[in-house]
Ligand binder design. Structure first.
Ligand SMILES: *[C@@H]1O[C@H](CO)[C@@H](O)[C@H](O)[C@H]1NC(C)=O
Ligand SMILES: *[C@@H]1O[C@H](CO)[C@@H](O)[C@H](O)[C@H]1NC(C)=O
Ligand SMILES: *[C@@H]1O[C@H](CO)[C@@H](O)[C@H](O)[C@H]1NC(C)=O
Ligand SMILES: *[C@@H]1O[C@H](CO)[C@@H](O)[C@H](O)[C@H]1NC(C)=O
Ligand SMILES: *[C@@H]1O[C@H](CO)[C@@H](O)[C@H](O)[C@H]1NC(C)=O
Ligand SMILES: *[C@@H]1O[C@H](CO)[C@@H](O)[C@H](O)[C@H]1NC(C)=O
Length: 439
């Protein structure tokens, strides 16, 4: 029986034809942060000839999509996916497209149609699936090497209008979700690599972080292998998708948060909100790169801020006028700096056991704001998500920066390092400079 992966076995052959090599050890790509939207993008190579491309990094999406309109789409190797083919079925296609314009990446008959979505604007369109070349740098964990090619990477087309709300330089979205068609899944399947990927988001808009695909480690930043310091918690399945078209479980990564502590004291909260309602998919704690800051359901947010403020007053910190979207800000001059940011009460995210804790220090809990006149503030980097958000806690980008996050899709578990700043390194320390990498 033909399987969807038949398409993906081709790169294997490609590697066999090169004389000196076996399979690549792992792949790596730079992640940059946009200073205006505060969203992240992954840099990779697409099409033939290969073109450096930036795509919005989305941890919860099922499939990648990119603008296929002229003149952006220029490639000699794209292929359409026929309706009813195993690949089309496995992509959960609900429509078959026909087109009466000149044939091109965007226009074919009997072509598999998908609903690419923009998670920031909430907009979706109907467009066709496509296969084309994708390449990423190989790595031994410490530096980028030559490119590895997937000749037939599957994704969806979109139009330029779907890009609204994303960072200016991106040309689409790269999906890192749980699905069989996310970038990590296609890379691992095509190149027979472990079904693992890892992210290290940089805390600076001026320096790139790194994503590793098909690798359990090492992940080396400034000579330090941060894969050595991971703590694991099971990934939790949300049975209901967040997407417009409902077809099964969510492609987002949820974790089993059971409590939040501030300086070791438990935030009083309604535990029902921490579990996922199996009919609606509401509740629970997810990880998102679509929001710059962690978003909490109103009652959780209020209880958390109240305890944080109480614990901070014990440190004699002066609350000052807040800066949107934050609820609490302090004068930076009142706060001592440490290796891992301002010295503020520690926030612990407690998972399935009391000793499985994701510790959040000042560099991840607080955001530095420079006001006119040279006044500097540290604001608590959490925002109120309203009374009925889909997920009760959405751990956002700032919170994950300078932490190594590993997604082990074989054992369905999530590994986190807490701040690597404590180890004397940072996510911007991956040695991209040693090779010609388009950042
Ligand atoms: C598309 O590619 C062709 C052949 O490589 C080239 O001649 C043409 O200028 C390209 N067009 C754009 C818009 O990049
Ligand atoms: C699709 O089929 C119709 C009807 O046969 C034809 O007019 C049209 O040109 C075809 N479109 C493409 C892109 O081949
Ligand atoms: C993903 O692939 C696996 C193995 O081929 C298969 O068992 C599973 O049903 C697929 N999942 C989806 C959502 O298609
Ligand atoms: C980034 O670079 C710009 C210009 O080079 C500089 O003004 C800014 O302070 C830098 N930001 C950070 C966070 O380093
Ligand atoms: C806890 O949250 C659930 C889900 O929103 C709600 O139905 C319930 O009434 C809440 N319980 C309390 C005591 O507020
Ligand atoms: C806070 O201020 C009070 C009164 O000035 C002082 O006694 C206390 O030591 C201060 N605490 C800290 C942590 O600085």
């Amino acid at each position: 029986m033909p399987s969807p992966n038949t398409f993906l076995l081709l790169p294997f052959l490609l590697f066999m034809t090169s004389p000196s090599l076996s399979l690549p050890p792992a792949l790596v790509a730079p992640i940059s942060k946009d200073h205006s939207t505060l969203l992240y993008s992954l840099s990779l190579y697409l099409k033939t000839p290969l073109q450096p491309t930036k795509l919005h990094l989305d941890l919860g999406a099922a499939f990648t999509w990119l603008d296929c309109t002229k003149p952006y789409y220029n490639s000699s190797t794209y292929l359409h996916v026929p309706c009813g083919s195993p690949l089309c079925d496995s992509l959960h296609s609900f429509a078959c497209g026909n087109c009466y314009e000149p044939p091109g990446p965007h226009c074919a008959n009997d072509t598999c149609s998908l609903y690419p979505e923009n998670p920031v604007s909430g907009k979706a369109t109907l467009d066709n699936a496509l296969l084309d070349a994708l390449a990423l740098h190989t790595t031994d964990g410490s530096a980028p090497g030559r490119l590895a090619l997937l000749p037939q990477f599957a994704f969806s087309c979109s139009t330029s209008s779907l890009l609204k709300g994303l960072a200016k330089k991106v040309n689409g979205l790269v999906a890192l979700g749980r699905s069989n068609h996310s970038l990590p899944a296609q890379v691992s399947t095509a190149l027979s690599l472990p079904h693992y990927f890892a992210l290290c988001l940089s805390g600076s808009v001026n320096a790139s972080g790194a994503a590793f695909f098909g690798s359990k480690g090492p992940y080396i930043f400034n000579k330090i292998d941060v894969s050595k310091s991971l703590i694991y918690t099971p990934l939790v399945l949300n049975p209901v998708t967040r997407t417009v078209v409902k077809y099964g479980p969510s492609d987002e990564y949820f974790i089993g948060l059971t409590a939040i502590k501030v300086n070791g004291k438990t935030v009083p909260l309604n535990n029902t909100l921490l579990s996922i309602d199996r009919d609606s998919g509401f509740g629970g704690t997810t990880l998102t790169t679509d929001a710059p800051y962690t978003v909490m359901e109103t009652s959780i947010f209020k209880a958390f801020v109240e305890l944080f403020v109480r614990e901070s007053s014990a440190l004699n910190l002066t609350r000052t006028n807040v800066v949107k979207p934050f609820g609490v800000c302090y004068l930076a001059t009142d706060i001592v700096s440490t290796r891992a940011g301002p010295a503020v009460p520690t926030v612990d995210l407690v998972m399935e056991r009391e000793d499985v804790i994701w510790r959040i220090l000042g560099s991840n809990s607080m955001v530095k704001i420079s006001k006119k006149g040279g006044v500097e503030l540290w604001c608590l980097g959490f925002v109120d998500g309203g009374a009925k958000p889909r997920s009760s806690i959405m751990i956002g980008g700032h919170h994950m920066e300078d932490n190594l996050l590993q997604f082990d899709l074989e054992s369905k578990r999530f590994g986190f390092s807490s701040s690597v700043l404590l180890q004397g390194t940072k996510c911007a320390d991956f040695n991209f400079a040693s090779a010609k990498v388009n950042l």
